[in-house]
Design a protein around this ligand. Structure first.
Ligand SMILES: C[S@@+](CC[C@H](N)C(=O)[O-])C[C@H]1O[C@@H](n2cnc3c(N)ncnc32)[C@H](O)[C@@H]1O
Length: 204
């Protein structure tokens, strides 16, 4: 199976334990939201079980969440029936230009093959409004593409795109973004993958 579809099908098998382990919003989400206008429209790319979407919706932002895993989306819809969640491949985003004030992609680009990331960032740039803001949470480190044993289901292999800061910075700049902030932290909880967590906020 193709790498990114394969990742989503793994999430179909681990949706429940994932939802139990990861119940807090992304670490620097408030820093991202602080850069957006009141009631901003935000696309949550690879929204999973909807934790970030739910948090942002509770702060009166207008959210659309997309994900390819039916089981992750089922949990998101149960928890946050007020949010518009859609089953869609990140690489086939088809919103009109200037649709969103913000795009959040928390730990989802990590499942997209490197060859597809430039087109995706170009698309993000297109669908963001002028001065729009993007938030990426990534697995950072020496650039590589690998399959790992999924921590919740070690008999399943999960595709990972490990991205160095220079790599994502260059791709963002090439696609018309300027970096606003970068944060890093080491993994803490048992369920977290054993890579440096890299967070990047950039502006159109
Ligand atoms: C590590 S989870 C992150 C979920 C959520 N953003 C969070 O931070 O908890 C990765 C999510 O990306 C989704 N995903 C992976 N590849 C995708 C693709 N090509 N299109 C849409 N979603 C994808 C998976 O189904 C999964 O829900």
């Amino acid at each position: 199976m193709e790498k990114s579809k394969q990742a989503s099908s793994v999430y179909d098998k681990i949706a429940e334990p994932y939802a139990k382990e990861f119940s807090k919003p992304s670490k620097y989400i408030k820093e991202f939201l602080a850069l957006l206008p009141k009631n901003a429209k935000i696309l949550d790319v690879g929204c999973g079980v909807g934790v970030d979407a739910g948090f942002m919706s509770s702060k009166d932002f207008e959210i659309i969440g997309i994900d390819l895993s039916k089981k992750m989306l089922n949990i998101a819809r149960q928890k946050f029936p007020q949010i518009n969640f859609r089953k869609q491949d990140i690489r086939k985003i088809d919103f009109p230009p200037n649709s969103f004030d913000g795009i959040l992609a928390s730990c989802s680009l990590i499942h997209i093959p490197k060859k597809d990331v430039p087109d995706l960032l170009e698309k993000f740039h297109q669908i963001l409004k002028k001065d729009g803001t993007i938030y990426l949470a990534l697995q950072g480190g020496k650039s590589e593409e690998i399959f790992i044993d999924e921590p919740f289901k070690p008999d399943e292999k999960l595709f990972l795109n490990i991205i160095s800061f220079d790599e994502i910075k260059n791709l963002l700049v090439k696609n018309g973004f300027s970096i606003v902030k970068k944060y890093e932290r080491e993994p803490k909880s048992k369920g977290e993958l054993n890579y440096t967590k890299l967070y990047v906020i950039a502006k159109k």
